[in-house]
Write a protein that binds this ligand. Structure first.
Ligand code: 4AD
Ligand code: MG
Length: 459
């Protein structure tokens, strides 16, 4: 039976025998003794393995290359060295998979940019070990949060015929011959395509999620979403994961309440249940991270109307690269200014002009704004986007007409407003932006295992 290093350290006592496996991170040896830093991915520190001359294959052990896969039988002993309580005294060391000096992860500290070019090896580094352990545990925590509240978990489709956000960012899914598609009137004839119509990869599971909310009350989705958005920023990926809760019989205030409770829960979870990885981030990635997350977990999130936010930006005396004017969308620089300078923490911006938001948002009585909300956080900017939905059939139809959105393909969506329509609201949390926020990592490419961005789809 193999023992995970994290478990060995958590439950171990001096003299406990175990078999451990992992990869050699580094190796030092002298005539009498060899030290191997062994990592199995279960914790940030790994364990120091000590091999003495008495080992049958001591000479061979001294020549083990960084990156080699090893199986080691031995016992836990108190470490005489400072900085670690335990080390592992080897009885036998078996070389399972050799490595050599061409292994790209040698001792020096590599840049994140370089590590992106070897995404198949970067999970073996300290930083990415912590990032992907945090990411995995957060995924479990998200399911736990909603399961505790009895939200139904629904898997919405990945291939879809509708563009939820209406931004024209759908990746096409087609089996037509790209070089010579069948045509009608000079255009590709999608009626001859696999699904008999134009289809693409989903940008959001919301529309389908709404249907389930109107049967189960409270639901959430958690899945991959895709956007063919040609924006090369540190916060946009072409493939990312989104968590989208949707609640029936709920309004915008209920929506913001849920979002606030959710983010605080995840902050507390990270601090309590990912403590060693969070400590690593605090030391190596962002000094003061732990304090920042503790403050968020205890804060009351500010709630500011869009109109007031514009006012505050205009009165700030700051020069921004993008114009600030009622009716225009907020850019990252504005979002960050609001959360970092005006509020000093997370802030909901509510009730945006309808012209810059999606067709499904509920129209406010003023005729100018919709019941939208974005949650902005320091460093990252927008982390959540959501709204109360337009549940009134006539208003929804009129808005679609106004925006030139064909109602026929969305007949099923409109039907949900025909029989038993009710006020409902929901939001989408970008999973990678959450991981960035909680780890202090500054580029979205460094919190997703295999990033897809414009012109990048290796691995
Ligand atoms: O604001 P968005 O576009 O909202 C929706 O898709 C709604 N249908 C959600 C809903 O109400 N159910 O996206 C939601 C969140 C953003 O706040 C952001 O965190 C993340 O998804 N996001 C991205 N993350 C990474 N890369 C991208 N290209 C992203 N686009 C949005
Ligand atoms: Mg948004």
């Amino acid at each position: 039976m193999k023992t995970r290093i994290s478990e060995l350290l958590a439950t171990g006592s001096a003299g406990r025998g175990a078999t451990i496996t992992g990869w050699a991170r580094s190796l030092r040896s002298s005539k009498e003794v060899a030290f191997i830093a062994l990592h199995d991915g279960s914790n940030p520190s790994g364990i120091q393995v000590v091999a003495g001359r008495t080992l049958d294959n001591f000479e061979a052990v001294c020549r083990i290359g960084t990156g080699a896969a090893l199986q080691i039988d031995g016992v836990l002993v108190e470490s005489p060295a400072t900085g670690q309580q335990w080390e592992f005294a080897a009885n036998t060391i078996t070389l399972i998979g050799k490595s050599d000096e061409t292994y790209p992860l040698q001792k020096k500290r590599h840049s994140f940019e370089y590590l992106r070019t070897i995404a198949h090896l970067r999970p073996r580094t300290n930083t990415f070990g912590s990032v992907f352990r945090l990411r995995s545990k957060l995924a479990h925590a998200i399911h736990r949060f909603f399961a505790d509240k009895q939200f139904l978990y629904v898997n919405t489709p990945i291939i879809t015929a509708s563009d939820c956000e209406g931004a024209g960012e759908l990746f096409r899914v087609t089996t037509l011959d790209a070089a010579a598609p069948p045509t009608v009137q000079g255009q590709p004839d999608f009626s001859q395509d696999f699904f008999g119509q134009r289809t693409g990869l989903t940008v959001s599971g919301q529309l389908e999620g709404e249907l389930f909310a109107q049967a189960f009350g409270n639901i959430y989705t958690f899945g991959p979403t895709f956007r063919a958005e040609n924006s090369n920023t540190a916060r946009h990926a072409s493939e990312f994961w989104m968590i989208e809760p949707e609640m029936a019989f709920a309004d915008l205030a209920d929506d913001a309440d849920l979002a606030e409770e959710f983010i605080k829960y995840l902050c507390r979870f990270a601090l309590e249940e990912c403590a060693d990885d969070m400590l690593f981030f605090d030391r190596q990635i962002e000094h003061g991270l732990l304090e920042r997350i503790q403050r968020v977990a205890a804060a009351d999130f500010a709630r500011i109307d869009y109109s007031e936010a514009i006012d505050r930006l205009q009165r700030s005396g700051t020069t921004f690269s993008y114009p600030v004017e009622w009716g225009l969308d907020l850019q990252t620089e504005h979002e960050r200014y609001l959360s970092e300078q005006v509020v000093g923490g997370p802030a909901f911006i509510l009730n945006y002009p309808k012209g810059i938001k999606a067709f499904y948002m509920r129209q406010n009585p003023d005729g100018k704004t919709v019941a939208a909300m974005d949650l902005l956080v320091p460093k990252v900017g927008e982390i959540i986007g959501g709204s109360q939905r337009e549940e009134r059939l006539d208003l929804l139809q009129a808005r679609m007409l106004e925006l030139g959105i064909a109602t026929e393909p969305l007949a099923w969506y409109l039907d949900s407003r025909r029989w038993g329509s009710c006020p409902h609201a929901g939001f989408g949390l970008g999973f990678e932006r959450l991981v960035m926020y909680l780890s202090g990592m500054e580029n979205i490419r460094d919190v997703i295992p295999f990033p897809r961005t414009p012109r990048h789809c290796e691995f």
